[in-house]
Design a protein around this ligand. Structure first.
Ligand SMILES: C[S@@+](CC[C@H](N)C(=O)[O-])C[C@H]1O[C@@H](n2cnc3c(N)ncnc32)[C@H](O)[C@@H]1O
Length: 1007
């Protein structure tokens, strides 16, 4: 089988630079200037400018960089012996310097690949690039298929989620099919919409209003005074501030803007000082807000008029941002707000069918649970009356316009309406009562920003309302922005780009709304050259729940298109697009059942690691093991769809080795062999949400094939496997690949550690035990047979799955972890001694000595090692036990030897510092049983030695106190060099005496 370029070489630092610039915030980009200069010899004329990006169309989560998508797609089809210059030219690198001199952000996103040259290359193999098929079955926002299409390949994008599916159509299919005329029509329609909104809806806002900060009004339970609930009076990082003047007698307040911060205590009554309980206050507020909306939506104008006071005491317009800074709101602001409320009541009949009036799926939608727990029941309740009036007017406009456009232009008309609907969604994201005020940036923190930070949508204390509607729509669409650098993320500039990139490629792209679990049914067997996929990462995102907010607006605005069979066609096979059974676009919920994600709220009672226990857990939808099972089913489908010499690329990110075990065991059990791994930069360093608990900016791109070189073994014993040199070699080469590219990608120490481990686990997929394939499990195991039946899987396949999973989890994974951590230990040992100025041969000897310590000490050092990369001194039981098992010891034994302590149910604390000092006092004899234990004892003795003593005298004296080997000295020095200050302190080691102890240890070793 021909090796592909992606299995051998990638211009890693160059693409990582492009990816980093592409995904960074504008203001953060300048830090990449010098790297750019080094690579291209040109200082880019602009770097912190706007550039239209596909995600400006509509938000989606976990979008991947364009630059990486292009390189991986291309390198997966080109042979490994392709001339590097030709490759660079096809990618578009040669144009980057040109762009740098123009006023365009000089990154690959803004350069088209050289399709002509690519075709010339293919001609050598008597092929055309349009004969190559690249598929992304979980395409999300579409970076991977967009770049496949820009390269001219036949491209298929699939999604299970209707919002993502529509984004894919708008990103790929329509620009390719309709080209530049699509941009022209969308732009004209956006202008028309803005003009209409200015005329019809502008009246609901004062001329100068940009953004409002709105307090939730709450009556104090003790004194009855009206409290404006907000989280801070700060409007900007250094002011200005909201200045309240509270009248305690009248129980009322006035608002002003001040440059000086005045005293303010959130959640306390300003009149009687009673505390306000947030949950109670929010519940009461929701109840009044709902009542106000009900009155208006019932069309009861009289009651609405009578409710005006309540309206203004529930939604307290405090401050507005204007072109000239912040102002306290005045009479006009309140009047306009009230007018909108009364008009909502007056127009409620007309607007009825345009209001998102379906219930929020309370049980299923976990992201919105904090809100439904406060008794918010329907989607429309997420808007204040003016926001709701504007939103339903816009929905009405787009829906009516969609009908007209469809009548006039057929499917093309539906397409134009799709972009208009996206605009309404972008507006709704900023205009709802889940927003809050971000005083650090003086902007509104939108719904999605809250989701990005906490993965939940709740209420803050205050909320905001965004901009006068015409200004807001101008920002959403930017129909007037001609120069790409002038964009602030509007829809029209990106449609323009997409249309120019993809014009004429309409016959090469298909988009399906389909469950990736039935991939081969949609695509057929052995038909695909490359599957490039970036699957969900366990519980990283709950795509369905958060997207449901946006789906409400899309389904109403687009119903004329959906009703006539556009957008979600089930029609005859050549046109069929919708392959999700049991779901229809008339539903207000999005499909969830087969969304391959783990939900942390799902609890499974069965514990344990036996095959049957794992199988049992797999039955519980959205449990961690269910996710693994579904990834296995997915990879099997990939296997069926790929040509025999096809390439699979899987992007995956996680900071927990167990997650890697999960995904890689699924890949292993489906028969794939990993041929190469790359660490690539996929997340912005400024990102505010940490992935799985710790900051993580890199992903592994795993390259896999149906067949390849394997290391054949005849054993399942962990000990035998760990000592097999070929096994070690397979695991280590993959770990080194991942580590090497992590270093090139500028990964953090923690990331390097995890990536090296992930690489090691990936390497384990190259190891094969033929007896496993012979399905050695006894037949007739009832739970397995039942499982196969209920999951509609082939019994034989399930048996094979179980044994392979078991072999991978119980044997290969621990061995991979062991070799991975050992590799890192070796590297860290060398680095620590070199940094400490130990002479080269002496350092080598120390390393060798340490690597030959007794098994218990080795296990201790490996676990110690892993805690150097996290912020804690503890390891998870499972992780620690696996490493111990490979070496032939156990965590219990290490505990008995005084090398670790139990800390909570599943964690173990590595002994150093306080615990070691205690132990030395109480039971020093157990420490003498291991090299590591003796090293602790030696450290304590040296810590107690006055640092004024001459080094050689101290060394001599210590030697008389108890017998210890050079190994003990080397370990003590290593621990000392890699310990954190808080770990050293209990020994009595400070910055002052640490150099002395270091010197004595070096001397002791040298002698
Ligand atoms: C990590 S995201 C992909 C992001 C994408 N690469 C991008 O650049 O925007 C994973 C996607 O898998 C989709 N997904 C989850 N379960 C699926 C299934 N059963 N079939 C197809 N897609 C699925 C999710 O909706 C989500 O958009």
């Amino acid at each position: 089988m021909d090796k592909k370029l992606v299995e051998e070489w990638l211009p890693l630092s160059e693409i990582n630079l492009h990816a980093a610039v592409e995904i960074s915030f504008r203001i953060a980009r300048n830090k990449y200037r010098s790297q750019f200069l080094d690579l291209y010899g040109t200082n880019p004329s602009v770097f912190n400018v706007g550039t239209p990006q596909p995600n400006n169309l509509h938000p989606w989560f976990a979008r991947r960089p364009i630059a990486l998508s292009r390189i991986l797609n291309l390198a997966a089809v080109l042979p490994c012996n392709i001339d590097k210059d030709t490759f660079r030219r096809i990618v578009g690198f040669n144009y980057i310097s040109n762009l740098a001199t123009q006023k365009i952000l000089p990154i690959l996103l803004n350069v088209d690949p050289e399709r002509g040259l690519l075709n010339d290359v293919f001609k050598k193999y008597e092929k055309n690039s349009s004969e190559i098929t690249i598929v992304d079955p979980m395409a999300g926002g579409g970076s991977i298929p967009l770049e496949a299409l820009r390269l001219g390949f036949r491209t298929v994008a699939m999604e299970y989620n209707p919002v993502a599916y529509l984004i894919l159509k708008a990103t790929l299919e329509y620009p390719a099919k309709y080209g530049v005329k699509l941009y022209e029509e969308v732009r004209a329609e956006a202008e028309r919409l803005i003009c209409w909104a200015r005329g019809e809806l502008g009246k609901y806002y004062p001329e100068d209003a940009m953004n409002y900060v709105i307090a939730r009004g709450y009556r104090c339970r003790s004194c009855g005074g009206l409290i404006p609930i907000i989280h801070t009076t700060r409007l900007g990082k250094n002011g200005p501030y909201i200045k309240f003047s509270f009248d305690k007698d009248r129980k009322s307040f006035m608002v002003d803007i001040s440059n000086v911060e005045t005293e303010f205590e959130r959640l306390r009554c300003p009149y009687c000082r009673s505390p306000v309980v947030k949950d109670i206050a929010l519940r009461e507020w929701v109840s009044r807000h709902k009542r106000l909306l009900r009155v208006a939506l019932n069309g009861d104008f009289k009651s609405a008029k009578e409710s005006v006071e309540e309206l203004n005491q529930t939604h307290i317009l405090l401050v507005k941002q204007t072109g000239r800074g912040f102002k306290a709101t005045g009479k006009e602001d309140v009047e306009k707000f009230t007018e909108a409320y009364l008009d909502l009541a007056r127009l409620s009949g007309e607007l009825k069918e345009y209001i998102p009036s379906d219930p929020i799926a309370r049980r299923e939608n976990e992201v919105f649970k904090p809100i439904t727990d406060l008794e918010v029941e329907y989607w429309y309740e997420l808007f204040n009356p003016r926001q709701l009036l504007i939103l339903s007017e816009l929905i009405k406009y787009v829906r009516v316009r969609a009908e007209e456009l469809i009548k006039e232009k057929g499917e093309f008309g539906a397409t134009i309406a799709l972009y208009l609907s996206f605009g309404v969604n972008k507006l709704a994201n900023f205009n709802n009562i889940t927003t809050t005020w971000d005083d650090s940036t003086k902007t509104i923190r939108e719904l999605l920003d809250h989701y990005a930070r906490t993965r939940k949508i709740g209420f803050g204390l205050e909320y905001c309302e965004a901009k006068r509607i015409d200004q807001a729509l101008n920002w959403v669409f930017e129909p007037d922005v001609e120069e790409p650098t002038k964009t602030h993320g509007g829809i029209c500039p990106v449609v323009k780009y997409l249309c120019s990139w993809l014009d004429g490629l309409g016959d090469r792209v298909r988009v399906f709304m389909a469950d990736a679990m039935v991939l081969s049914k949609v695509l057929g067997g052995k038909s695909v050259d490359v599957i490039n996929v970036d699957p969900p990462y366990f519980d990283q995102h709950t795509y369905s729940d958060i997207s449901e907010f946006f789906w409400q607006i899309l389904r109403i605005t687009l119903s004329p298109a959906i009703d006539v069979g556009y957008l979600f066609s089930r029609g005859e096979s050549s046109r069929a697009e919708l392959f999700v059974s049991g779901w229809s676009p008339i539903l207000s919920t999005v499909p969830r059942d087969n969304e391959v994600i783990e939900r942390k709220t799902v609890k499974v009672s069965v514990k344990g690691r036996s095959a049957l226990e794992i199988l049992e857990r797999m039955k519980t939808p959205h449990s961690r093991d269910w996710y693994v099972k579904n990834m296995w089913i997915f990879f099997r489908e990939v296997y069926k769809s790929l040509k025999d010499d096809g390439v699979l690329i899987v992007w995956f990110t996680h900071s927990d080795p167990e997650a890697w075990e999960g995904i890689l065991s699924a890949l292993y059990a489906s028969g794939f062999i990993i041929t190469k791994v790359w660490t690539i930069r996929t997340e912005m360093a400024e990102r505010r949400v940490a992935l799985a608990g710790s900051a993580f900016f890199s992903s592994l791109a795993i390259v896999a094939r149906k067949a390849g070189e394997r290391v054949v073994v005849g054993t399942r014993s962990i000990r035998d496997l760990s000592m097999n040199e070929d096994v070690k070699q397979a695991i280590m080469s993959s770990a080194v690949d991942a580590l090497q590219s992590a270093i090139e990608s500028g990964a953090s120490e923690h990331e390097k550690y995890i990536m090296a481990l992930a690489g090691a686990i990936a390497g384990a997929t190259r190891i094969w035990n033929p007896s496993i394939e012979a399905v050695s499990v006894k037949r007739g195991v009832r739970p397995i047979d039942e499982f196969a039946r209920t999951e509609s899987l082939d019994v034989e396949d399930v048996y094979r799955f179980v044994v392979m999973l078991q072999f991978f989890r119980e044997s290969l994974y621990p061995v991979a972890l062991y070799h991975g951590v050992s590799r890192i230990l070796e590297g860290t040992l060398k680095e620590a001694f070199t940094k400490a100025g130990v002479e080269k041969t002496l350092a080598e000897n120390m390393v060798n000595d340490i690597l030959l310590v007794d098994n218990d000490s080795k296990a201790f050092l490996l676990l110690w090692m892993s805690t150097r990369f996290s912020e804690e001194s503890t390891v998870e039981y499972d992780f620690g036990e696996k490493i111990c098992k490979v070496i032939g010891t156990s965590l219990d034994r290490l505990k008995n030897l005084g090398l670790l302590e139990t800390k909570g149910g599943t964690t173990r604390k590595i002994i150093y510092g306080r615990e070691a000092v205690d132990l030395i006092k109480r039971r020093v004899e157990i420490l003498d049983k291991t090299v590591s234990g003796m090293a602790l004892r030696l450290t304590k003795i040296l810590a107690d030695t006055p640092a004024v003593e001459e080094t050689s005298r101290a060394a001599e004296r210590v030697k008389t106190l108890f017998p210890f080997s050079r190994q003990v000295v080397a370990v003590a020095l290593f621990l000392l060099l890699t310990a954190r200050e808080d770990e050293l302190e209990p020994f009595g080691i400070t910055r002052l005496n640490k150099p002395f102890i270091e010197n004595v240890l070096k001397l002791l070793y040298g002698r």
